[in-house]
Ligand binder design. Structure first.
Ligand code: 5GP
Length: 261
């Protein structure tokens, strides 16, 4: 498959065309941004880890019937994905209140929610991804009611699966962001999971110590982001136990693992 021209560059990823018009290449950058792009940095190796972690989670989700855009990982930083029309909504799923909801509604940080809470944000950097109600989605035709109903069902299954997967490796899934896209499968309009699922898009706390193993290490200047993401990858069984936290070793291990497949 030939990599073509750049179609889109986001904050953490680049999308390239391929020789197949239904497929694109998703490249994971090392760029880290927060607070609507006001805080920026480059964290060497982050893209490599997110590529591996997202591949692992999305391929597990397809095994339980959650259709998603992942076709295959190509190399350390790239994966082939299906080209979809992204629904311009960020779906936020919360199991424990932290982050923006605590400030917005005055909820105590760490409050365990009785049921998962789904929030909708308009995907618009210029507006700071504002929180919206489902009425806005229908009023401005960002998605149809049937599509949102379908997405909500998928979200609850994804959440149940991911809570269990992370609990099994001593991690609490606090909250996360999902994106979905439209495409035609056998002539039928379908909605599938898109984007990425990684410590960049989830809040992950160690089950015992509540240590943050996600992008909050960057947002809150806690440092040691790469060791935290590496810890998540190791616990998921993607990286071997003996691997060092250094990016060089992460890089070497990914190529060794690829060769032995
Ligand atoms: P909050 O609304 O508390 O800032 O974020 C809730 C969850 O959604 C967190 O896990 C956060 O990482 C994720 N999230 C929300 N918006 C974005 C975004 O624009 N980019 C990324 N990478 N994650 C987001």
């Amino acid at each position: 498959m030939k990599k073509g021209k750049k179609l889109y560059e986001g904050k953490a990823k680049i999308i390239y065309a391929t020789s197949d018009k239904e497929l694109v290449i998703q490249y994971f950058k090392d760029d880290a941004t927060a607070f609507n792009n006001q805080k920026k940095s480059v964290i060497e190796g982050k893209g490599v880890l997110n590529n591996r972690i997202s591949e692992h989670i999305l391929s597990n989700l397809s095994q339980i019937g959650i259709q998603n855009h992942l076709v295959k990982r190509l190399n350390m930083r790239e994966q082939v994905i299906k080209l979809v029309e992204i629904i311009p909504i960020e779906f936020i799923v919360r199991n424990v209140a932290t982050g923006s909801i605590t400030k917005r509604l005055g909820i105590e940080d760490g409050t365990v929610l009785k049921e998962p809470l789904i929030e909708y944000c308009l995907k618009d950097d210029a507006l700071g991804d504002p929180l919206i109600a489902d009425e806005h989605i229908y009023a401005f035709e960002w998605a149809k009611k049937e599509e949102i109903e379908k997405v909500k069902k998928m979200i609850l299954r994804i959440n149940d699966f991911m809570i269990g997967m992370f609990r099994g490796i001593g991690i609490k899934l606090i909250d996360f962001k999902l994106e979905f896209g439209r495409l035609k499968i056998n002539g039928k309009d379908e909605i599938i999971l898109a984007d990425e699922i990684s410590p960049d898009t989830c809040r992950l706390w160690d089950s015992i110590t509540d240590k943050k193993l996600d992008k909050d290490r960057f947002r809150k200047d806690l440092g040691d982001l790469i060791p935290a993401y590496t810890e998540v990858a190791k616990r998921l069984g993607i990286l071997h136990e003996q691997s060092n936290v250094s990016v060089v070793n992460v890089t070497k291990l990914s190529s060794i693992k690829k060769k032995t497949r």
